[in-house]
Design a protein around this ligand. Structure first.
Ligand SMILES: COc1nc(N)nc2c1ncn2[C@H]1C[C@H](O)[C@@H](COP(=O)(O)OP(=O)(O)OP(=O)(O)O)O1
Length: 202
């Protein structure tokens, strides 16, 4: 296997073309286990639905709707379940990407997050214990009536590495990526120190 293969993204790595990479880290951190998660982003009428996370991982950030894949369910089933539990809606979900994420922790546990995109939805968007849903504009803000009533995507309130791959989600471009976070003792939080994102060329 090539030395440039990003650990965690071995599957179909040869089909990926680098989109963006960066950070100060020279090598990827070691992990000993991987947990499966999902994250679903619903689009409607030139808007994207994001949830303000009220508790748990990523608290106080905006994100898609998702969580752990439970035993006995597929990632797609988990994504649909989490979307309904956290936002009260159903959508026809298409797999659009994978995020492999490692944040320094004692268990050396990494996250494999399957990212889904849904265009349109059924049901009524409803706040849950975990997420407060809100629509954001994906239009060019200068010439859209929708945009004038809907705030733009709050990039500064997403996970710090999300702005790297959001253009791919918005343009429906399949992607894979990895981001490693390290504990910054002065800031008292995990901060990104190495990332790589690629687009699927086949
Ligand atoms: C860079 O790291 C991350 N980026 C993004 N965009 N999303 C991430 C990152 N790390 C985790 N996530 C996502 C993956 C999941 O959608 C949620 C976390 O799920 P949660 O812990 O809330 O899982 P649940 O099964 O819902 O948890 P409960 O047992 O509390 O219901 O964040």
């Amino acid at each position: 296997m090539s030395a440039n293969v990003v650990p965690g993204l071995e599957k179909d790595f040869h089909l990926l073309q680098e989109f963006v990479s960066g950070g100060s880290g020279s090598s990827w951190m070691e992990y000993t286990k991987v947990k499966l998660y999902t994250n679903a982003f619903v689009f409607h009428d030139n808007k994207i639905l994001l949830g303000y996370k009220k508790r748990g991982i990523g608290m106080h950030k905006y994100n898609g709707f998702g969580g752990k894949v439970e035993a006995g369910e597929t990632c797609l089933e988990a994504a649909a379940r989490e979307l309904e539990e956290e936002a009260g809606i159903k959508s026809s979900l298409k797999h659009i990407g994978v995020l492999f994420f490692f944040g320094e922790n004692e268990d050396q546990c990494a996250f494999h997050i399957d990212i889904y995109r849904g265009d349109g939805f059924e049901g009524t968007v409803t706040e849950s214990d975990e997420m407060s849903p809100q629509w954001f504009s994906v239009s060019d803000s200068s010439n859209s009536e929708t945009a004038s009533h809907t705030p733009p995507i709050p990039y500064e309130k997403l996970w710090e590495t999300d702005p790297h791959w959001f253009p791919l989600l918005l343009s429906e471009t399949p992607f894979r990526g990895r981001a490693d976070f390290r504990m910054d003792k002065e800031k008292g939080k995990l901060v990104p120190f190495k990332w790589w994102y690629g687009v699927c060329s086949a």
